[in-house]
Design a protein around this ligand. Structure first.
Ligand code: C5P
Length: 293
């Protein structure tokens, strides 16, 4: 095989808690993660020579070492005794950038998975997750996705029962939020409201979509700068359009709502898309390798 295409699924946080700041500057987290059908497509082609080449359909994204997908290929090659002379990576982007949807991490994870298949390297998913941890905190989760509890920096992963079938609407405001800025604000916060992560896990065990949706919570929403008021408004609009619950994902700025079924989500996305340019209907995607291509 000389070429293949991998899907890179967007990640949502059904809950997000920041525990302590660690001596290494990172924070210990506790998060319930979910992959959804909104995805980039990552095409890999092994070449005899030429090093790593990257192009993406978003012209403003870096197409060199600054791009995590490029660094994923470089890291994977460093693990091989005989790496190929060249690799062409071509990314069809759909996941909004600067949204808290882990688009860059998902692309990097897709490169790791894809190279493993393309080059017949035979690494296990757990090995790919460990490699991913050297690229970024969200990359290990993105290797296999699904419904997982993530702790530590985000790299300690535990399978959870799948999110019951439902529809999802994702809305990304025009602005983005800098991740380190929000972590800094969380360190200064006064209150101590915590998401009911254990309650979400119980609701997943019971197969209760409503139980998950009404407990969704992200501590970063408590510390949003005033200029981010649109996030609260979008959350309200999602609920007004029939979402069972709505919350910001990661460090934002995207907000999503869970709907009883994909058709309800599609109708809501059509309405919300009139005022929010980046608005998508999606559905949950199961953990790889159960996921069908
Ligand atoms: O790991 P990654 O490069 O994605 O993290 C980006 C930034 O987010 C880090 O430099 C750090 O400021 C913050 N971060 C954190 N704790 C985590 C994950 C990320 O403080 N668990």
């Amino acid at each position: 095989m000389r070429a293949l295409t991998e899907r890179a699924w967007a990640k949502l946080n059904l809950s997000l808690d920041v525990l302590d700041r660690r001596p290494d500057g990172y924070h210990d987290m506790r998060m319930v993660m979910q992959t959804v059908s909104l995805c980039d497509e990552v095409r890999l082609e092994a070449l005899d020579a030429g090093g790593i080449r990257l192009k993406t359909s978003f012209s403003y994204l870096p197409a060199d070492r600054r791009n995590l997908a490029w660094r994923a290929a470089e890291l994977f090659f460093s693990e091989l005794s005989k790496p190929p002379g060249g690799l062409a990576i071509s990314i069809q982007k759909r996941i909004p950038v600067g949204a808290g949807l882990a688009g860059g991490s998902a692309d990097a994870a897709a490169v790791l998975r894809g190279l493993n298949t393309l080059l017949g390297a035979g690494k296990t998913l757990a090995e790919l997750e460990r490699l991913g941890g050297r690229l970024g905190s969200d990359v290990p989760y993105c290797v296999a996705g699904g419904t997982r509890l993530a702790t530590g920096r985000g790299e300690i992963l535990e399978d959870l029962p799948p999110l019951p079938p439902c529809g999802v609407v994702i809305c990304k405001p025009a602005f983005s939020i800098r991740t380190p800025e929000l972590f800094g604000r969380v360190d200064q916060r006064q209150g101590n409201i915590r998401p009911d992560t254990d309650g979400i896990v119980s609701a997943l065990e019971e197969g209760s979509l409503g139980g998950v949706a009404r407990r969704m919570y992200n501590v970063f929403e408590e510390v949003l700068p005033a200029r981010c008021a649109e996030i609260g408004l979008l959350r309200k609009r999602l609920v007004d359009e029939g979402a069972l619950g709505a919350v910001m994902t990661g460090t934002g700025s995207a907000v999503f709502g869970l709907f009883p079924d994909p058709e309800a989500a599609r109708r809501a996305a059509e309405k919300l898309g009139k005022s929010c340019r980046e608005c998508f209907a999606a559905r949950p995607v199961a953990r790889f390798p159960e996921t069908l291509p």
